[in-house]
Design a protein around this ligand. Structure first.
Ligand SMILES: Nc1nc2c([nH]c(=O)n2[C@@H]2O[C@H](COP(=O)(O)OP(=O)(O)OP(=O)(O)O)[C@@H](O)[C@H]2O)c(=O)[nH]1
Length: 150
């Protein structure tokens, strides 16, 4: 197969949308982290996660990634949305999962920064793959206007 064709086979990525809820159970803020130094799009804000490895389920991959990156043990995983993004460096299929509960304090084990955000997101720049997620959250919350600062 030509290289151009093999390059475009999507890589599956498990992504966690960690949410804090208010006393009424409404989703209040979500966790964004920066891509660590040395990675593609270093410094861009995204939802934590990473590639699903051979033999792993989505849930196993997310649990492993969030343990490695944030030092937390997540509880229930709620698969939410799937989106394919085409980057110059890769084509990725992003499996976004909501997570409401976890054990342990957040630690930035890969030198990332973190921010609890609500709409409109104030940190920048956000990763292109993050923007559709902000729109879905806006739809669910009935939020109108720009989802992030450009
Ligand atoms: N973690 C994460 N990755 C995302 C998001 N949106 C998005 O387009 N991506 C893309 O999905 C891919 C995830 O790969 P990664 O580099 O974070 O995964 P990883 O930790 O397993 O990487 P590595 O083991 O290759 O270093 C990247 O190409 C990244 O640009 C997002 O919200 N979170």
């Amino acid at each position: 197969m030509p290289d151009s064709a093999t390059e475009r086979i999507p890589v599956d990525v498990a992504v966690g949308v960690l949410l804090r809820r208010d006393a009424q159970g409404r989703e209040q803020s979500f966790l964004l982290t920066t891509r660590p130094p040395g990675k593609v799009y270093a410094g861009h804000w995204e939802f934590p996660g990473g590639k699903i490895e051979a033999g792993e389920t989505l849930e196993q991959a997310l649990r492993r990634e969030l343990q490695e990156e944030l030092g937390i043990t997540i509880e229930q995983v709620h698969p939410w949305k799937v989106d394919v993004m085409d980057y110059p460096h890769a084509r990725v299929r992003l499996h976004f999962c909501k997570v409401y509960d976890w054990q342990g304090d957040l630690q930035m084990l890969e030198g990332q920064q973190f921010a609890w955000q609500s709409l409109p997101v104030q940190v920048q720049p956000v990763l292109p793959g993050t923007i559709p997620v902000l729109r879905w959250l806006a739809q669910e919350q009935g939020f109108e206007g720009n989802t992030h600062v450009e």
